[in-house]
Design a protein around this ligand. Structure first.
Ligand SMILES: *Cc1c(COP(=O)(O)O)cnc(C)c1O
Length: 415
């Protein structure tokens, strides 16, 4: 990929996504489940760009949404309504009624109160609401506490006993139709054991529900498969699928899987330009034009993103004229953005060669939870996004302008 040309054409900071690689990852996961009926519902929150969702939809993907805004995005991007599911602990009445009106596959219910609310809205609308209960299996996912969701101490889902009671209520409610069972124990999972354990626990519950004549059709195993940011061992899609298929032994249910990060994380980079280098005493800082408002993960989770100077990557490309290896001795530095926060960093204590103003750096594995978490903090416009498909780059989101950022406030300005 000619990042130099992309930086020139679209400026930096710039998100670049390899759509072909996304397709490859999607197909690998889909194939891993081929022994069974399965539906992959891409978790939009990882990256909700319409072109990217559309690309996945064309491959057969559905959508896992956590707000009505995401449901609308999925529909606008061409995801068929019967492949859209809606999760989240705080769905509001208007979101529930719109989801029911949209006739999506089902709503993942996260509490008893929410179930009663859905029932009453569905009754008012005289629509049968297809639901699934998110069960919290109380299993330690061994990931960052901010992205662990499968323990009782987390706000997500309901425990097994409560879930059972909810299914019985739903079975007897004329405007509810329990069609699925759901769990999602966390994100960036790198250990298969807790997933296996959770799948077994929930499969057991599914057996007992089927015995109660609750006609489940979908076994929704959530998302959460981790990717390699640093040196993590990652779960192979095939092993993942096998673990789930084994847990499902004897259950004739369609598997739904909701990966976000896995599908898009490694396929995206954030391209950034060096603005300055400086030393505070002995400490070296590389100041770049991307910041925590563009990529929040390091500041939010202490996450690691590998950063590479561009010429060490593109040496084999045709643009050799621009890839002179003038960068020699590497030394330790922090890569930081221009935002007025000490937490505004993109990497700490990494080795980089001497850099000069205008040099390009690639921040790797930035396709997931990058742009979707971007903000305008420090009145910085959100970056542009480019999708590369069959070697061809296409702008899929323009860089925000200053005028766009203030338009609404200005129109509301007094006097
Ligand atoms: C966030 C989320 C996902 C996706 O998580 P990844 O770690 O990106 O795969 C899937 N399902 C639900 C319910 C989620 O909240």
């Amino acid at each position: 990929m000619d990042y130099f040309a992309l930086a020139q054409a679209y400026q930096t900071p710039l998100y670049v996504y390899d759509f072909d690689r996304i397709a490859h990852t999607f197909n690998t996961l889909k194939n891993a489940f081929k022994a069974r009926k399965s539906l992959i519902c891409y978790a939009l929150k990882a990256n909700s760009n319409l072109s990217l969702i559309h690309h996945l939809a064309q491959l057969g993907s559905g959508a896992d949404c956590v707000s009505i805004g995401e449901v609308r995005r999925a529909l606008r991007a061409g995801v068929p309504k019967y492949k859209i599911i809606f999760s989240g602990v705080g769905k509001q009445d208007s979101e529930i009624s719109e989801a029911l009106q949209s006739d999506i596959l089902f709503l993942n219910v996260e509490s008893e109160q929410e179930l009663y609310r859905i029932e009453s809205i569905a009754r008012d609308m005289q629509i049968k609401a297809r639901i699934s209960v998110r069960v919290n299996p109380n299993i330690e996912a061994k990931t960052h506490p901010y992205i662990s969701t499968g323990l009782s101490e987390n706000k997500f889902g309901v425990d097994i006993e409560q879930a059972k009671a909810m299914y019985i209520f739903a079975k007897n409610a004329p405007f509810l139709e329990p069609v699925g069972i759901h769990f999602h124990i966390g994100s960036q999972l790198t250990d298969l054991a807790p997933i296996k354990q959770a799948a077994q626990k929930i499969a057991k519950l599914a057996h007992s529900l089927l015995a109660l004549k609750i006609d489940l059709k979908f076994f929704d195993v959530g998302g959460g498969i981790g990717i390699c940011y640093d040196d993590e061992q990652i779960i192979a899609p095939y092993a993942y699928a096998q673990a789930i298929l084994e847990a499902l032994y004897g259950l004739d249910l369609t598997i739904i899987c909701e990966p976000g990060r896995l599908l898009v994380g490694e396929s995206g980079v954030l391209l950034t330009k060096v603005v300055y280098e400086k030393y505070n005493g002995e400490k070296r800082f590389v100041i770049v034009d991307a910041a925590m408002n563009d990529l929040m993960r390091p500041a939010l989770y202490g996450a690691t993103h590998k950063i590479e100077p561009l010429d060490s990557i593109n040496t084999e490309s045709s643009s050799s004229a621009r890839t002179s290896s003038t960068h020699t001795k590497a030394s330790v530095c922090d890569v930081v953005g221009p935002i007025c926060e000490s937490g505004d960093y993109l990497a700490k204590g990494i080795l980089l060669p001497t850099l000069k103003s205008g040099d390009l750096l690639l921040i790797k594995n930035a396709g997931a939870y990058g742009y979707s978490m971007a903000s305008n903090y420090n009145t910085r416009p959100r970056p542009a996004e480019v999708g590369v498909i069959n070697g061809e780059a296409r702008l899929i989101k323009r860089r925000e302008s200053f005028e766009e950022m203030i338009k609404d406030e200005e129109s509301l300005l007094k006097g």
